[in-house]
Structures are given as C-alpha cells and as structure tokens.
Design a protein around this ligand. Structure first.
Ligand code: EPZ
Length: 420
C-alpha cells in the first residue's frame, strides 16, 4: 500500500493549478444517463472516485472513452439497471445513478451505500422524494429496488434537510418526469448549480438555479441532447492548498480556480490574519505576522463548508490562541483529531465542538488517514511538523485529490510517494 513521506518546516512558493471538482463531476457523469447523444466532458479530475463511477456506468452498458483530456460518454446502449454492492460500497456517491436510472427506465436496483468514516450518511430523503414522485421503493437484502412503471410524476418536494446529492438526484429524476417538480430547501452548492445549468442549456427548463427553490419542467421520459461542458474547478482542493500556504506562512498562488465559490473560506483566512488577493481565476495568499485563532461553524453553502473543517483544524494548531470549530453536518467528522493530537496538537472535544489551543509545535511521526479530508489535514500538519512524517492509507487522499504529491513538489515541498 502506498504512503506519503514528507519533511516538515517547509515554506512554499509558486503556483498550484486546481483540477476539476470531484463533487461536480460525479452528478454530471450520472446525468449522462439522461442523454440520447454522446456527451463530451472536459476537465474531469484524475481521482479514484471518478474512475469508480465511470466503471459503474460501463458495467451498466455505457461506453466511456478518453480522448486527450476529454471524456466521451455514450449511454445509448445502457442495458443494465443494477448498481451492485461491489462498486457502491467503495463510493457512496454512486447513489447518484438512482434518480436518472429510475427516470429513464422506470426501474432500477441500487445497493444501499452504507455509511462511511464520517457518519451514517442515510439516503432517506432521496427515497422519500422519489416516492412522492410516484416511485415504489423497497429495500431488499441491502438493495434499493425502485420501480415507476408509469414514469415519475412532477410534484412539490420539500427537503427536511439540505442534501447535496439528494438535490442532484431529484433534479435529474425531475428532468425526465412528466410535469413540473419544485424542490424547496434545495442545496445551493456550486456543484449543484453547474448540474442545473448544464441541464438547462440542454433544454430542461429549470428556474431558481442557485437558490433554495428549484422548478424543473420534465420531458416525460424523452431523452435529451446534453451539451458538452467543462467541469468547474474544485473549491475544496483550492481551499486545501490555500491552507497549505497559510500553515507554512508562505506566499502561494492557486490558478484555475473560482474565488466566488470560496467566499466563506477566504473570509476565515483573512480573520486569521492572512491577506488574500484574487483575480477572476486566481487566488494568492500572503504571509501574516501572526496567525490569529478562529471560530468556525460548518453549514451548507454559502456558509463555511464541512469539507474544509479538518484542514482548518490543522491550521488552527498554529494560531496563537484558542480556536473553536463546531461540526454541524456530520456526526463523526473529527477522525483527524486523534492523529493531530499524536503529532502534538492540543485539541479537546466536547460533542460536535473542538477546542484547539495554539500554537503547538507539531512533531513528525507515522500517521494514518481515515477519510478524504482528514488525510489532507494530516498532510498540512506534516508540512510544519519537525522531522519526517509518513502518512499511511493515502488511498483516502487519492479519492479526491488529483496528483497532490506532484502539486506540492512543484511549490517546493519535499514529499515522495512510497510503497510499504
Ligand atoms: C455531499 O455529500 C458531498 N459529497 C460531501 O463531500 C459533503 O461533505 C456533503 O455533500 C456536505 O456538503 C458529494 O457531493 C459526492 P448531504 P452528501 O446529503 O450529498 C444528512 C467530500 O469530502 N442526510 O448534503 O452525501 C446527512 O447525514 C464529501 O468530498 C440525511 O439525513 O451530503 C448529513 O448530515 C464528504 N438524509 C446532511 O444531511 C439523506 O437522505 C448533509 O448530507 C441525505 C442526507
């Protein structure tokens, strides 16, 4: 199994180019199930989760062909409607094929995704909404068996909680339903916005894009001609590298990014003393004379993203003073705390709230990644730890960070990928 070995107390310099967003790519790949044409997708990130979903689509009969840096997906020959456990267990976002498969074929079986390290991750809101649209949903031996023999019917759906993939699933289902669907309490993440924009440009009449109330006029099971598109930049990857610049107190520029997707993250970096310079597609972070402590509450977009919580916890260990981080979305998203404590961080937990007493001098050691964002927090901590840190189980990192070791090497980090 691979691990990353990196030397601490480094300063970074130069530029990092951001890849396409994993969490935009996944629903956009699932969306091709609604297409009658070959769909061309540019700027997909080279990460494991994308490969997993492409493999799932191929298992259903789609063809996914890489041409240069584009992906051509043809689902016209889809003949299977069962997303099996062996794939779904490795990536719970496979649930995103449920809505499109059901809308197109009137039936499908998708393995229940199960939980993951950060929480139980139920999909009850996805299922409840599909039932409201006329689907019959049964859970049999770990599979969601969904049928809608007369097709899905548009209706008014109110999500009890804001759910990102739940919103994406229902938008895609509604695109092929008969009649109009309204989704109230919809997720407003940029990744959901891009899905709606591409469907809208492909002829699906969607109103309220970017707001909490979406209205979708369905085609009554007619497949659509989906326009070619380029995936938006990954705002969480961008935020992670900005934290790398911050924790090493370096001047660092990230390119091919969209600062407007990072408002709450940039505001917190400025609160901690860093100055930020942005253009249309670049962000530069400048060093500060003193890293100030911070208070963070994770909430849905445009508030502070839960996917940046672990990275800011690592950064807060270097602040002079007491930082407070409250995790409001997932019940178990503090898996990085024990590893940071092993490196010398002074963190105490009380329920969903972490108190970080900085500044701690972190010491290098062997650490183990537990989930995607926790592993990036360990990389950040290792950048300022004294000595050489080995970060194990980096398959978690490979799920969502495209060429992280190479990107850090390019800005001066002494990091190598080794096999144990
Ligand atoms: C998406 O997960 C992201 N994944 C997650 O990113 C991200 O952390 C999360 O949104 C929140 O922003 C993808 O987009 C592929 P939710 P998702 O449904 O859609 C509860 C990463 O690191 N809920 O918005 O699964 C749920 O338990 C990953 O890239 C229900 O109760 O998250 C959670 O408490 C990790 N019932 C809250 O809602 C449901 O049916 C938000 O979950 C669905 C969700």
């Amino acid at each position: 199994m691979d691990y990353l070995q990196l030397k601490g107390s480094q300063s970074l310099s130069g530029e990092i180019k951001i890849s396409g967003a994993k969490n935009a790519s996944l629903p956009l790949i699932a969306m091709t199930i609604l297409a009658k044409n070959n769909v061309k997708i540019s700027n997909l990130p080279h990460v494991a989760d994308i490969n997993t979903l492409l493999k799932l689509l191929s298992n259903l009969g789609a063809s996914c062909e890489k041409t240069n840096d584009d992906m051509l997906i043809d689902t016209s020959k889809l003949h299977e409607t069962k997303a099996t456990y062996d794939i779904v267990k490795t990536m719970r976002a496979s649930i995103l094929v449920l809505g499109p498969l059901l809308a197109r074929f009137g039936k499908c079986e998708v393995s229940l995704p199960g939980g993951c390290a950060i929480g139980q991750r139920p999909v009850d809101l996805h299922l409840k909404a599909l039932e409201q649209m006329g689907a019959n949903i049964e859970i049999k031996s770990g599979y969601i068996e969904a049928t809608a023999s007369n097709g899905l019917k548009g209706c008014d759906i109110i999500f009890d909680k804001i759910t990102v993939t739940g919103t994406a699933n229902i938008v895609m289902a509604a695109a092929l339903a008969s009649g109009v669907t309204t989704i109230t309490n919809a997720a407003r993440e940029p990744e959901v916005v891009q899905l709606c924009e591409i469907l809208n440009e492909s002829g699906i009449n969607i109103k309220g894009i970017g707001t909490a109330i979406l209205t979708i006029v369905g085609t009554d099971r007619k497949l659509i001609d989906i326009v070619g598109f380029s995936v938006i930049p990954d705002r969480i990857e961008a935020g992670t590298y900005l934290c790398a610049g911050a924790i090493t107190n370096s001047k660092l520029t990230i390119t091919n990014t969209n600062p407007s997707h990072l408002g709450s993250v940039l505001a917190k970096l400025e609160e901690m003393g860093f100055s930020i310079e942005s253009t249309k597609d670049t962000i530069t972070i400048h060093p500060t004379s003193e890293i100030k402590p911070v208070r963070i509450i994770t909430q849905e977009y445009p508030a502070f993203p839960t996917d940046m919580q672990a990275q800011f916890m690592a950064l807060a260990t270097q602040a002079n003073g007491v930082s407070i981080i409250e995790e409001r979305l997932f019940e178990n998203r503090f898996m990085h705390v024990s590893e940071l404590q092993r490196m010398g961080a002074d963190i105490s937990l009380n329920g969903h709230t972490a108190t970080i007493n900085g500044k701690s001098n972190l010491s290098a050691t062997d650490v183990m990644a537990t989930d995607l964002r926790a592993s990036s927090a360990l990389i950040l901590a290792a950048l300022v730890a004294d000595g050489t840190t080995d970060v194990h189980r980096i398959y978690h990192l490979d799920r969502g960070y495209d060429s992280l070791d190479k990107k850090l090497q390019n800005v001066g980090v002494d990091i190598v990928r080794l096999s144990e």
